[in-house]
Ligand binder design. Structure first.
Ligand SMILES: Nc1ncnc2c1ncn2[C@@H]1O[C@H](COP(=O)(O)OP(=O)(O)OP(=O)(O)O)[C@@H](O)[C@H]1O
Ligand SMILES: [Mg+2]
Length: 220
C-alpha cells in the first residue's frame, strides 16, 4: 500500500514537472521568436543606417544605441537559456547590479550612488537572478517615471537577511491607479520575483521623499 502511494506520488510529481518544463520551453520559444527576432531586425536596420551616415554626433549616438541593444539581446538570451535549463548562469551579483545600474543611467542626467556590500558566502543562483532583475526594473522605473536627480542602490548583509534597496528622490508614485491597471507589469513582476525567493517586498513612496523599493531576503 505504502509503495503504491509513493509510486503514485512520484508519478504525479513527474507529470507536474514535465508540464512546468514544457511551459517554460514555450515561453522561451515565444520570447525568442517575437521579441528577440524583432530586436535583432531593428538592430540590423540601425547598423545599416549608421554605416551610411557621415561621422557626426548623431552617428555616435546611434552606435551607442546599437551597443545598448546588443547588451539587451545578450541579457534576453541569458534569460532564455535560464528558462530552457534548470540551472541559472550568473556573474557576481554586486558587479552585475553595478553594471546594469550604470548602463541604465549612463545617458540620463541622474547621479547614481552604489552601496553594494559583499557577503561572506555566495547566494543561490536563483536568488541572485531575481534580485538582479528586481534592481533592474526598480532603476528603470526611477529613471523613467520619477524625474529623480539621484538614485541610490544598496545591498546589505545582516546575520539572517539580505536587503536590496533602490531609492530615488523623485516625485513618488502619485497615480496609484497605475498600479492595478493593465499594461504595467514591472511592479507586479518585482512582487512575484520577491515572493518566489521567500522575500518581503516593500514599496515606500511619497511626493516629498521619492520612492524606495526594499526587498528583504531571509537567509536562514
Ligand atoms: N520610481 C517611481 N517614481 C514614480 N512613479 C513610479 C515609479 N515606479 C513606478 N511608478 C509608477 O507606477 C506605474 C507602474 O509601474 P510599473 O513598473 O508596474 O509599470 P511601467 O513602468 O509603467 O511599465 P512596465 O510594464 O514597462 O514596467 C508607472 O507607470 C508609474 O506611474
Ligand atoms: Mg516599470
Amino acid at each position: 500500500m505504502a509503495w503504491l502511494v509513493w509510486h503514485l506520488r512520484v508519478r504525479s510529481l513527474r507529470q507536474h514537472f514535465e508540464i512546468v518544463l514544457s511551459e517554460r520551453g514555450r515561453i522561451a520559444r515565444e520570447l525568442h521568436d517575437t521579441l528577440l527576432q524583432g530586436f535583432s531586425g531593428i538592430t540590423m536596420g540601425m547598423q545599416a543606417i549608421s554605416s551610411g551616415l557621415p561621422a557626426s554626433q548623431g552617428q555616435t549616438r546611434l552606435n551607442e544605441l546599437i551597443s545598448d541593444a546588443a547588451q539587451c539581446m545578450r541579457e534576453a538570451r541569458q534569460s532564455i537559456a535560464g528558462l530552457r535549463s534548470v540551472k541559472v548562469g550568473h556573474t557576481e551579483l554586486q558587479t552585475a547590479i553595478a553594471e546594469t545600474a550604470r548602463q541604465i543611467t549612463k545617458t540620463k542626467d541622474i547621479q547614481l550612488k552604489l552601496k553594494l556590500e559583499r557577503g561572506a558566502s555566495q547566494l543561490p543562483a536563483n536568488v541572485e537572478a531575481h534580485l538582479l532583475r528586481i534592481a533592474q526594473e526598480a532603476i528603470v522605473n526611477s529613471t523613467k517615471h520619477a524625474d529623480a536627480t539621484t538614485i541610490e542602490v544598496g545591498l546589505s548583509f545582516a546575520e539572517k537577511s539580505i536587503c536590496l534597496t533602490v531609492q530615488d528622490d523623485g516625485k513618488g508614485l502619485t497615480n496609484t491607479e497605475a498600479l492595478t491597471s493593465t499594461g504595467h507589469y514591472g511592479l507586479t513582476g518585482m512582487r512575484e520575483r520577491a515572493s518566489q525567493i521567500g522575500a518581503e517586498f516593500e514599496l515606500l513612496t511619497g511626493p516629498v521623499k521619492g520612492t524606495t523599493i526594499r526587498v528583504l531576503v531571509p537567509t536562514s
